[in-house]
Design a protein around this ligand. Structure first.
Ligand SMILES: Cc1cc2nc3c(=O)[nH]c(=O)nc-3n(C[C@H](O)[C@H](O)[C@H](O)COP(=O)(O)OP(=O)(O)OC[C@H]3O[C@@H](n4cnc5c(N)ncnc54)[C@H](O)[C@@H]3O)c2cc1C
Length: 597
């Protein structure tokens, strides 16, 4: 179908057989890119999302910040990891959203950015322009930032924020008072306190805003921010509840369209005819870090051995597809807080009367603890700060050791990892890289999350059935340096909890009390998790010869008319929660596709 017949088809409002751009995945990145592309009324765009479009009247659990997690697994793919040897062969649920809006519908609304080095390291891996300077304009473009009120005492840097973008970013009008005491204790303990952690200086402890609309204290997410604007445009179509099962190519390896199916049609066999949609310009993958590699592999793009194993004809051998999998492993320290502050989130849940009063307060005035989602403070700490006496030895040992990659990893992927490792180890010895996220929440529960893992996992298809879950092999803590850093982070966290600034809570360490470093390692392996809900990096933006999947214009190596715009293109996971970075990457991707970058 030509461009002009596609236009006349969308004007009739029916689902067409062809569009200029077909976008797979209506999550965070898919909704950003489709919105920006449909700014040009001459371009037609179809977004295909496997999950549902939540009706407006069913949204309270999504919109009310303190109800995060209330939808359970309703809007998730419900995949389970493979047993993880580094975590005592335990399995875990994989955080992967399945709904229009993707992760932004169910996430913790934490809205922070990494440090400059997090993004500059992407450029060092062969991606010109992908650095802090190149991304800051897109961080700004995506947000409407509402500064904290002066009486909150929170400082901010106006030069780094955007004030007219689609996503509302603000602080809740209620801040748990204990967070101020914890922030003061961080400062007294020697943790740097930058003025605004979102201005590229995300080293130390700082206040973190949320993806929160301050006009009514509700979640601001990709559906409200981007889709609700796009849907008023006649050149924008979205189909929900349908899965893309294959990308189609012509004989010149140009992506020409996709096959769309529902599970019911798939199960109906030959009588359940799949739907084919053609793309006149490009197919754009925005299916997220778990599903983008799966779809490429099903379509004949991936490691040759894997495709052969499943009898899939090789369209384009691309060893990096599904490799380089990263996330932020986490572990809690356990404390009894003898002088417990009031309120806490636990009190909200356990005290039915107080809870009823607070939800009523929120419904009536949009104030109180129900305006708070997952939190408003975090610290990102470099290795020389948390392990001043041992960091040099740890890095020297890691440099000499092997790569701890899985057996059979293709040579290109090994080369890419070695390059990443050199960059990481060099910077781990400086104050520029946050290796440990240390949170002490409003429940005064300390948690550490490893920010820059050296362990690498992978995503692989389990079969040729597109409705089968992919194999999610985390391989978390397979590299010993990761465990050493987590143990150092626990020891540092424990020293902080015993510091004078925390005495007002009188915290008493429980399970981990008195544990040696060896015992703490066993504790991490027995109780840690592989994820902070940040799966990423599985189709990295890097040159082909070092295991990359996409080039710096986000084009899939070796084929035409196919790009990736989601969290899978990060070459290295940044030391931050991922949402604002995915927004910025998707905004930049849209400008690249428009030819503006
Ligand atoms: C529970 C949870 C909590 C989180 N908390 C935070 C937080 O507090 N702060 C923060 O910064 N980040 C957080 N994140 C991370 C952040 O939300 C994600 O990094 C971000 O949403 C990733 O965007 P994406 O576009 O790559 O993928 P997604 O937003 O996941 O979108 C991908 C979409 O593609 C669809 N899809 C997949 N395969 C197909 C197919 N074959 N056909 C059609 N559609 C398909 C999926 O259903 C999904 O909707 C959290 C994530 C989760 C899941």
């Amino acid at each position: 179908m030509s461009h002009w017949s596609a236009i006349s088809c969308v004007l009739r409002g029916t689902t067409c057989t062809a569009y200029d751009y077909v976008i797979v995945g209506g999550g965070l990145s898919g909704l950003v890119v489709s919105n920006r592309l449909t700014e040009d009324p001459k371009k037609t765009v179809l977004v295909i999302e496997a999950g549902v479009l939540i009706p407006d009247d069913k949204e309270e659990q999504v919109l009310v910040p303190a109800l995060i997690g209330a939808t359970g697994k309703t809007y998730d793919w419900n995949i389970t990891t493979q047993p993880i040897p580094g975590l005592n062969n335990r399995t875990f649920p994989v955080s992967s959203a399945k709904v229009v809006g993707g992760g932004t519908v169910i996430n913790g609304m934490f809205f922070d950015r990494g440090s400059m080095w997090d993004y500059d390291s992407w450029e060092l891996l062969g991606n010109e322009g992908w650095n802090w300077e190149g991304l800051e304009p897109y961080f700004k473009k995506s947000e409407t930032y509402t500064p904290p009120p002066p009486e909150s005492g929170i400082e901010y840097d106006p030069t780094t924020h955007g004030f007219s973008g689609p996503v509302h970013v603000s602080y809740p009008n209620f801040l748990y008072p204990q967070l101020k005491s914890i922030m003061k204790a961080w400062q007294d303990f020697g943790i740097p306190i930058p003025r605004d952690g979102n201005n590229g200086n995300a080293i130390g402890g700082f206040w973190v805003p949320n993806s929160l609309d301050p006009r009514d204290e509700t979640r601001s997410f990709a559906k409200t921010a981007y889709h609700d604007v796009s849907k008023k445009r006649s050149n924008y179509h979205l189909i929900a509840g349908r899965q893309v099962t294959k990308i189609l190519f012509d004989s010149n390896k140009r992506a020409t369209g996709v096959i769309v199916l529902s599970l019911a049609l798939f199960q109906a066999g030959p009588s359940g005819k799949p739907h084919q949609v053609n793309a006149n310009a490009e197919v754009i993958l925005a299916a997220g870090a778990v599903h983008t590699p799966k779809l490429l592999q099903l379509s004949g793009i991936g490691p040759a051995a894997l495709l052969k194993q499943h009898g899939i004809p090789i369209l384009n051998e691309l060893p990096g597809v599904g490799s380089n999998f990263q996330d932020h492993p986490t572990v809690f320290l356990n404390y009894n807080v003898t002088i417990e502050p009031f309120p806490t989130r636990s009190k909200l849940i356990s005290n039915a009367t107080f809870n009823a009063e607070m939800i009523a307060l929120y419904r009536a005035n949009r104030t109180g603890p129900y305006t708070v989602s997952s939190g408003n403070t975090a610290s990102f700490l470099p290795l020389p700060l948390i392990a001043p006496d041992s960091y040099r030895n740890l890095l020297d040992a890691a440099e000499k050791e092997g790569n701890y990659l899985d057996q059979g990893v293709p040579p290109e992927v090994i080369k890419g990892f070695e390059k990443q490792k050199t960059i990481l180890l060099e910077t781990f010895g400086t104050m520029h890289a946050g290796v440990d996220e240390f949170i002490v929440s409003f429940n005064v529960a300390p948690l550490v999350a490893l920010q820059k893992p050296l362990s690498r996992g992978y995503i692989e298809i389990a079969s040729t059935n597109p409705f089968d879950d992919p194999i999610v092999e985390y391989r978390a803590l397979s590299n010993p340096l990761d465990v050493h850093i987590m143990v150092a982070a626990l020891e540092y966290g424990r020293a902080f909890m015993a510091s004078p600034g925390m005495a007002l809570f009188s915290p008493i360490e429980t399970t981990t009390a008195g544990m040696t470093a060896e015992e703490l390692e066993a504790y991490v392996r027995a109780t840690g998790t592989p994820t902070f809900s940040h799966p990423s990096c599985t189709c990295p933006m890097m040159p082909l010869e070092i295991g990359g999947c996409v080039d710096e214009k986000l084009r899939v190596h070796g084929v035409k008319g196919l790009r990736i715009v989601d969290a899978s293109v990060f070459p290295l996971i940044p030391a931050t929660h991922l949402m604002s970075s995915v927004y910025a990457v998707a905004e930049r991707a849209a400008d690249i596709i428009k030819g503006l970058v």
